[in-house]
Design a protein around this ligand. Structure first.
Ligand code: ZN
Length: 289
């Protein structure tokens, strides 16, 4: 029998930037595409590169957007989000801190929506539920952004604001996008998840106990059939190059990789490492065309 449901396709752009579409409605998480070099992040100022953003969106086949959801307001999540919304249309959804980045970019107030824990937004067949969490350990720039943030700006001005995960339901299936590798105990109990985009940034540098607790509070209660790791890549490198891991001084990639591979094998979860610009058919087998 032919399945006439359109399905949901997800295109990955490194960090926790993911684009979801069923052909009718279109949702993006973060939209961080400029990826300035880390030396500029540490010593200089950062700003969106509109031309680079345009080229990357075109290469990824992204030409429509209903809503962009920002996980938190560190530069590697929020920085490009107003520019992406300006180029594609749609609305920017984020914490007050994230909206202040939109205001600094002169994005009109009616194109922004503030989000809170438990908030729910529908776009066609998609429903996005907002779940507040906590940033991964070692938050370099804690706090909030309390006034419009114009660019170029020091990366340290991008305070994290609140930290969110997104539970997205669609008639074809459910996906949880969990960008930051930390957990609120029991927060995800009872959550129905087919595909988990699992934040693993700096997870390799944490203790084995932390990794086990993380798994127990994020993966076990959601029992996904597929996991796609996110935020593992070296985000100071442009997307014109293949994604590679963060350098050892920042993360122990091999430790994280071995852990996630072992756990997925033990629990019969399909592990998919998505390449930049790669599109997956999220809820049908096989995911890769
Ligand atoms: Zn962050």
């Amino acid at each position: 029998m032919t399945d006439i449901s359109p399905g949901v396709r997800a295109t990955f752009f490194g960090t926790s930037t993911v684009y979801l579409t069923d052909g009718s409605s279109h949702i993006m998480i973060d939209g961080f595409l400029t990826r300035p070099p880390l030396v500029r992040v540490l010593l200089g100022r950062v700003a969106p590169n509109p031309r680079r953003i345009q080229e990357i969106l075109a290469r990824g086949g992204v030409s429509a957007l209903d809503a962009l959801f920002v996980a938190h307001s560190h530069y590697d999540h929020v920085m490009d989000s107003p520019e992406v919304v300006k180029q594609l249309g749609g609305t920017l959804h984020g914490s007050e801190s994230s909206l202040n980045v939109g205001r600094g970019a002169n994005l009109a107030e009616e194109r922004m929506r503030v989000i809170d824990d438990g908030g729910q937004f529908s776009f066609g067949d998609f429903t996005v539920r907002v779940l507040e969490g906590i940033h991964s350990p070692g938050n370099r720039y804690p706090g909030t952004i309390d006034k419009p943030l114009a660019t170029p700006s020091k990366a340290s001005n991008y305070r994290d604001g609140n930290c969110y995960s997104f539970h997205i339901t669609h008639p074809a299936g459910t996906v949880l996008i969990h960008p930051s590798a930390n957990f609120v105990p029991n927060k995800f109990n009872g959550l129905d998840v087919d595909v988990l985009y699992l934040g693993v940034g700096i997870l390799g540098a944490q203790s084995e106990q932390f990794r086990d607790d993380y798994w127990r509070h994020v993966v076990t209660p959601t029992s996904p059939s597929r996991i796609v790791p996110v935020h593992w890549d070296h985000f100071g490198q442009p997307l014109s190059r293949n994604l590679r891991a963060l350098p050892p001084v920042l993360d122990k990639f091999s430790v994280m990789k071995a852990y996630v591979e072992r756990k997925c094998a033990e629990e019969s979860i399909e592990l998919i490492v998505q390449k930049a610009f790669e599109t997956l058919d999220l809820f049908t087998a096989p995911a890769r065309a």
